[in-house]
Design a protein around this ligand. Structure first.
Ligand code: NAP
Length: 370
């Protein structure tokens, strides 16, 4: 039986989800985006099957409605949605990075008897918009579902079956738990990364050379600070209570570290680093099994190449000969805490691992996946 899916918001996430869902021959997708250009591109590229003139029109005949717009927009659309005359059997979901405001905004829909299940595919990119959409974006990434209390197993199964084609790791959490955990592993690190970069920018006014020293480990550590500021403004504002609590804990922790340094207590300082090392070393690695975790991770290969002319073209020639696309290539000038001078990024762990394999076979360079 044909499944009619409406996707409201045809950007990176809506477009990627649509591409994944279209692998199922029984799925027909109607899209709506407030940007005509995005909707037109989605239609022309075959990402959606039809363009609707409004969110309500897209949703009216749908079996599933997926909001893939920024969280603030999803909140206001969800408030209008009870008046859209959707099918009684429809299942509505979203993709927003924070869940509590969405679940609250969906309350009138639930009161009307409509099934709403929150969703958050935990995969992304530093790029946004329909042009960045790719069908394998969610493969092996966690995709959290936050059903409201009282949601039936049958409805949850229907949504899980639809989303199964995206090959994500589906997990069910309570919305509050989700927001609290993503604050720790994703939202709060974005604040810290941006704050570190802002400190660097301040410092650069006095000592311009510092920019060059920041090219290696610092740049990698703060990569997430390059994400879309508007999206992160919205996410952090929507999760501000959790983040304020995190900031208080962080401030207390920094005060503790400050005291350790001031007390000149080397054993305690070492314990601080050791405790973090022990815990971090046991974290599941995202790079080896293609999972993407909460933070966007490019799939990097560090290559220890000699500094002679033609080395980059040699690498790119071998990759091109094996039809392996790279997304970025850069030379790391500061090598105190990173391996290799050349860092090549790929779209997936699979492409990166194949690249490592062919480069390992055809060159003498040492390589490492961090
Ligand atoms: P995006 O690439 O910017 O796409 C969002 C699209 O929605 C844009 O085309 C935007 O149009 C459109 N839009 C905005 N308001 C709308 C409205 N009221 N009605 C219809 N269309 C509207 O954003 P995204 O990265 O796909 O993110 C979408 C959602 O997924 C967000 O809630 C985000 O929190 C969540 N998410 C993002 C990531 C990530 O890494 N990017 C990961 C997981 C979840 P304009 O361009 O005109 O604004």
């Amino acid at each position: 039986m044909t499944q009619h899916v409406a996707i409201i918001g045809l950007g990176l996430i809506g477009g990627s989800l649509s591409l994944a869902l279209k692998r199922r021959p029984d799925v027909v997708i109607t899209g709506f985006d407030r940007s005509y250009k995005a909707a037109d591109e989605a239609y022309r590229r075959g990402i959606i099957d039809a363009v609707a003139p409004s969110a309500a029109a897209a949703a009216r005949e749908a079996d599933f409605v997926i909001f893939a717009v920024p969280v603030a927009a999803a909140v206001s659309l969800l408030r209008e949605a009870p008046e859209w005359g959707m099918k009684e059997s429809v299942i509505v979901t979203d993709t927003g990075s924070t869940k509590q405001p969405i679940m609250q905004a969906a309350a009138p829909l639930l009161e009307k008897g409509v099934t709403f299940i929150g969703g958050h595919p935990m995969a992304g990119s530093h790029k946004s918009g329909i042009s960045a959409a790719i069908g394998h974006l969610f493969e092996n990434a966690y995709y959290i579902l936050t059903p409201p209390p009282g949601c039936s197993r049958e409805e949850l199964d229907k949504l899980e079956t639809l989303l199964g084609v995206a090959q994500a790791k589906l997990a069910v959490l309570d919305a509050e738990e989700h927001d609290s955990m993503t604050a720790v592993v994703s939202h709060f690190p974005h604040i810290i990364a941006s704050s570190l970069v802002n400190l660097l920018a301040d410092e650069e006014e006095r000592r311009p050379f510092i920019r060059r020293l920041a090219a290696g480990g610092f740049r990698d550590l703060t990569r997430i600070a390059s994400a879309d500021p508007v999206m992160w403004r919205d996410i952090t504002m929507q999760n501000k209570d959790e983040l304020t609590a995190q900031l208080d804990r962080w401030t207390a922790e920094m005060q503790r570290v400050r005291n350790l340094l001031q007390d000149s207590d080397p054993a305690a300082v070492e314990q601080f680093f050791d405790q973090a090392k022990q815990f971090r070393d046991q974290l599941p690695t995202v790079s080896r099994d293609t999972a993407q975790g909460a933070l966007y991770m490019p799939f990097d290969l560090h290559i220890d190449v000699p500094d002679h002319p033609g080395v980059i073209s040699e690498i790119t020639r071998i990759l091109a000969a094996h039809e392996i696309s790279l997304t970025n290539i850069r030379i790391v000038e500061t090598r105190t805490d990173v391996y290799g001078i050349l860092v090549v990024s790929f779209r997936s762990a699979n492409e990166r691992d194949t690249a490592a394999h062919v480069l390992g076979r055809e060159t003498d360079y040492s390589m490492q996946i961090l």
